[in-house]
Every structure is written in C-alpha cells, then in structure tokens.
Design a protein around this ligand. Structure first.
Ligand code: UD2
Ligand code: MN
Length: 600
C-alpha cells in the first residue's frame, strides 16, 4: 500500500516536472522565434537573446518610453536672438546688400539665413497629444542621407545640426551629406573641415560628376551602415522628438515607409510654421504633387500615423533592408523629379505600406523659384515621368500621355532592370493601387476630365431681362445682375457667359475666376475669386426642377433685387421667383449623375 502510494507520488512529481519543463521550453522557443523574426529591427543583439524569464523579454520588446530630450528642449526654450523659436526675421537696410545676389542663386533669402544661428530653436507645433506619446524603447539605428547640389552653406549646416541636436545619440549613427558636384567653394574642403571640427557624426561624400538627386541618394544609401535610412532635403530643420515616431512603425513591420509632417520654413523670413493639419499625398495626371483629405478614421486619431498614397519625395524613413529589396531607386532617373512616385508606387504595389506620422515634424524651405539652370539634359523631368509610367502605371500611363503627348516621343532608356524588379517581387497592378490606396483620387483628379454641368447665360425668372454679369471684374470684386446682352440689338457690354464645371464651381467662361461667397450672413454679396476647386465658398449646384443655384454645403440660393440690380445669396424659399434662374445650356445627364462626379 505504502509502496504504491510512494510510486504514485513519484509519478506525479516526475510528470509535473516534465510539464513545467515542457511549458518553459516551449515559451523560450517561441520567444526566440519571435525575437528572430524581429531581430533586425528591435536590436535583439543589444538586449540579449538568452532570456531568463521569457515573459519579461516580451515585456521589454513592447516597452514604450518617453523619448523627449527635456534637457535639449529646455535649452532651446531659453534661446533668444534672430530667427529663434522660428519667429519671422528680417534683414536691416545695412545687411540688404547681399540680399539680391544670394537670392538669385538660391531661390530664397540666403543672406538672412547667414544671420540666424545654425542651431536655432524651432517652435513645438505638434498636436498636443504628441507631447505625452511614448514609443518603443528598442528602436533601430539611423543613417540620415542628405543630397545637395549647390546648397547654401548655412541652410545645409542647419539641416545637419538640427538632426544631430534633436536625435537620440545612440539611434543616430551618421549623417551623410552627398555633394552632387556642387561648384560653391564651401561645398568641398571648408565643409569637410567644418564637419570634422564641429559635427563629428556628419560627413560629406563628394560625387565626381553631376548625378542628380536620385543617384546622389543612392550613393548615400550605399555608404550608409545603419538599419534605417532617412532621406532629407538640404534645407530642412528637424523638430523636437522627430525620430521615434518615424522609426516605430518600421520597427513593427520593416516593409513600412514613414514620412514626417513637412512644415514650412518661409523662404523670405525663415519663419517656421505648419503647412496644414495633415493630408494624404497624391498627384494629378500631369504628375503635379497634390494632397487628399484625411479619412474619417484618420481624423479620429490625430497623433497616429495614417496611410498616404504617395510621399512628397524629400523626407522619409525606410528600412535599409526594404529599400534594397525594392531595388533602391531606378538609377535611370536623372537630376530631379518622378522618384517620389516611383518609390511610392513600388512600396504599395510590392507589398509594403506608407504612412505619414503627425508627431514627427521637419521644416523645409519651399523655394520661391528653382535657381538652377538645366544642366544640358533636355526634358529630364519628362523622361523620368515616362520611365515611372512605363514600369509601374500599366494602362493608367495613357492619362499622363493624354495631357503631355510629347512624353510619347521621349526615349525613356532601358527599362529591363526595373521591369525585372516588378516581376521578381510579384508586384500588384497599378489598378489595384488606384482602387485600394488612392481610391478617392479620381474624384478630385479624374483621369478623363468630365465636361461641364452647364454653360451660358444665367437669366432671372422674376426679371427676365436681367442676367448675372461679372462685368469684367477681378478678384474680390462684387458682381451684380445687368440687362441680358443676348436680348440687345445694339451690343451691350457685359460678361454673362458662365460654366458650371465638374469641379462644382461657377466660372466666368474661359477664365479661372469663380463666383465666390464668403459672407455667412443673409443677402451675402457674390464676389469673384481665383478658382480653387474645392468645397466651400465656391461650391455651386444647379437644381433643374426648382431652377435654383444652390451655394455651399449649407445651401443658400442665388437671388437678386431687380430694382437695385443687386446679386446675393439668401436662404432658399420655394415661393421666391427672384431665386429662380434659367441656365442657358444644361447637361441633364451629367446633372443627374451629380454625386458621382468630382467632389461630393
Ligand atoms: C520635391 C522634394 C524633393 C524631390 C523633388 C522631386 C520635398 C520637400 N522635396 O522638390 O526631395 O523629391 O520634389 O524630385 O518633398 N539636388 C541634388 N542634385 C540635383 C538636384 C537637386 O543633389 O541635381 C538636391 C537638392 O540640393 C535638395 C534635394 O536634392 O537637397 C531636392 O531638391 P529640391 O529641394 O530642389 O527639390 P524640391 O524640394 O523642390
Ligand atoms: Mn527641397
């Protein structure tokens, strides 16, 4: 009996020990697997792969910390002087002598830049929620790459200094300035010497020939040694705590590209301010960079990264691994332009994703004009666009060619390598990108422009001798009604031809000046203003049944006072005859399809 009990106890003991060990082994094994999958980016080598208690490691992996450098923030706040805190600054009369010469070669007020400290403080204009946001404790290391061609020396150095001063030192491995065959004297030895003496993490690579910004970035990326590549323009300023929000999404999934919010450094005064509250990157069918509104779900989480169809181009973070898996940039892209679309399309179509991170902000000088002469390369922008369109855009390329027929005659060069990349990575069709990522782009930028909803004179029903007349006026001027020209035998003067375009604005025919109402009060004046093709003050809808011209989202009706010849908008009234208008030619089919054309 006793023996039996003893055997039973022994048996229980052995089995429980086995169970405990199996569970423990399984957990260690799983953790190792987890670490292996993420090892490249969570820096597993730093935290040690031999876990004592596996649960703790997982905790460490997901641990988030406050990355703010409060010492630096405090020092910055105390700074006073010219252009400090991103305040607008001006040159004195005496200093003005250099203004013109430096403006001409830079396209911005470089003389003023020289009066502002290289390490000036910029204002913290992030969303308030960013101040308390925490990010993963284990973040990957960074190489910052800055291509430059004839950048002015103080804006270049300010770019480098802002990165060094506002990045956690153990994350920032190096800053590589890639000198794209600049001819300004400072770009050579003086720059190297300055960096060696003052900014030791920063070095310059001098390219032996003009390579253009795309190949300059590739050269920088080849020299880079960190896990993440961050590209910046050479006239930027990194803002408070800019790095962690860019890195965390990549640490979580290496096939992710993250862009900061790009703030505006005003080209005249160097004032630092926000561009807007954020938007998704897009393009029109001439390949001008455009922006689409945030989606409702994005607006709900103002400090969270949101998906963006295309990047602006100059400022973004990407893992070194993913960048090279994608084949880097197309080396056939020359000088400037198109690479932002190439990389964006590639990222999305080939299994990656792209985000904008609202809590990471970097200022950029948008030049007043591009000061660099064409380096004798003809229409390099057109050729670049053609390369990108041919490789990535499938049947959608035609919409570009429709607007720029001469692209069809440009020789894009050899595309074999690029097509191979698309094939090898089994990238999705452009149609997939348009339907899933840039799904709202065609509403604002239709591949084929719809016609007009209506065109012609706008005649009042209560006073049928009167028509809306813009009177050859210009921006901000109030317009009225006047005797209809078409009735007159002796050729009255007036401007009474209008188009209700697919943009849902009412334009003076043949001009890009629109009927605009900004006053919210009753009987508000109608003025003229350059068409901006977006909702609000310039939105007009024609109601065929009621013969109303409805203005704005909270509609009021176009109305007039025939006695005073005044034109205005006021609340719609079914019984008012002065609110009824006959629009000369309306496209009834298009009007019936109102909701599906242009903006909603
Ligand atoms: C935008 C992008 C820019 C790039 C460009 C399209 C932003 C803020 N800027 O124009 O990064 O994507 O669209 O290609 O998103 N550079 C060279 N070699 C050259 C020409 C330029 O190194 O032959 C440098 C230049 O000094 C600068 C960078 O490339 O650092 C971008 O050029 P940019 O500032 O003239 O372009 P930007 O901002 O007008
Ligand atoms: Mn730039």
């Amino acid at each position: 009996m006793r023996r039996n009990l003893k055997t039973l106890l022994k048996y229980i003991l052995i089995s429980s020990v086995t169970v405990v060990f199996t569970v423990l082994f399984y957990r260690i094994f799983k953790t190792r697997e987890y670490l292996k999958d993420n090892a490249v980016f969570i820096g597993a080598q730093n935290i040690g792969i031999e876990p004592l208690a596996p649960q703790e490691i997982i905790l460490v992996d997901n641990e988030k910390i406050d990355w703010h450098d409060y010492g630096q923030i405090k020092r910055d706040l105390k700074r006073t002087g010219r252009g400090e805190q991103g305040k607008p600054e001006y040159l004195s009369d005496k200093e003005n002598q250099e203004y013109d010469a430096l403006y001409k070669v830079n396209g911005f007020n470089a003389a003023l830049s020289d009066k502002i400290a290289i390490d000036r403080a910029v204002p913290d204009i992030r969303h308030k929620g960013c101040q308390t946001k925490k990010y993963l404790k284990n973040l990957p290391t960074v190489s910052v790459i800055v291509p430059f061609h004839n950048e002015h020396w103080t804006t270049l150095l300010r770019t480098a200094a802002s990165v060094v001063n506002r990045s956690p030192p153990h994350l920032l491995k190096e800053v590589i300035l890639v000198d794209d065959f600049s001819s300004k004297p400072f770009s050579k030895k003086p720059l190297d010497d300055y960096l060696a003496a003052n900014l030791t993490k920063v070095r310059a690579i001098h390219l032996p020939e003009r390579s253009g910004l795309i190949r300059a970035r590739i050269a920088g990326a080849k020299a880079a040694t960190a896990e993440i590549l961050i590209f910046l323009d050479s006239h930027t300023e990194a803002n408070i705590n800019w790095l962690p929000p860019l890195l965390e999404p990549i640490a979580q999934d290496y096939k992710t590209c993250v862009c900061p919010f790009i703030d505006v450094i005003q080209y005249e005064t160097f004032e630092y301010r926000a561009q807007d509250e954020g938007a998704r990157g897009a393009f029109d069918w001439e390949f001008f960079y455009k922006r689409l509104p945030l989606l409702p779900e994005d607006l709900q989480h103002p400090t969270e990264p949101f998906k963006s169809p295309v990047m602006a181009g100059g400022l973004f973070a990407i893992s070194t691994k993913f960048f090279w898996e994608l084949g880097g940039y197309d080396e056939g892209l020359d000088i400037w332009g198109g690479e932002q679309y190439e990389l964006s399309f590639k990222i999305w179509q080939c299994g990656g994703q792209m985000y904008d991170a609202p809590c990471s902000r970097v200022g950029h000088i948008y030049r007043k004009y591009a000061p660099f002469p064409n380096p004798g390369k003809g229409d390099f922008v057109g050729r670049n666009y053609r390369r990108v369109a041919e490789v990535w855009m499938d049947e959608y390329a035609q919409y570009l060619y429709m607007r720029r027929p001469h692209y069809k005659n440009l020789d894009p060069g050899n595309l074999t390598k690029q097509r191979e990349i698309r094939e090898r990575l089994q990238c999705k069709p452009f149609k997939w990108f348009m339907e899933n990522i840039a799904f709202d782009l065609p509403l604002k930028y239709p591949p084929v422009e719809p016609g007009d909803f209506g065109v012609g004179e706008i005649r009042n029903l209560a006073a049928p001798e009167l028509c809306v007349d813009s009177g050859f006026k210009d921006r901000d001027q109030v317009i009225a009604v006047a005797p209809c020209i078409s009735d007159s035998k002796n050729k009255l003067k007036g401007e009474q031809n209008f188009t209700l375009t697919w943009h849902k604005d009412l334009r003076v025919k043949g001009k890009s000046i629109c009927l605009d109402v900004s006053d919210p009060n009753d009987k508000a004046d109608v003025t003229l203003y350059p068409c901006h093709g977006s909702k609000g003050n310039q939105y007009w809808k024609y109601d065929v049944e009621k013969q109303w011209f409805l203005h704005g989202g909270n509609p009021r009706c176009l109305d007039c006072d025939p006695g005073q010849k005044r034109l205005f908008v006021r609340s719609c009234d079914e019984n008012s005859k002065t609110q009824k208008w006959r629009f000369e030619n309306v496209n009834l089919t298009m009007i019936a399809d109102w909701e599906n054309i242009g903006i909603k």
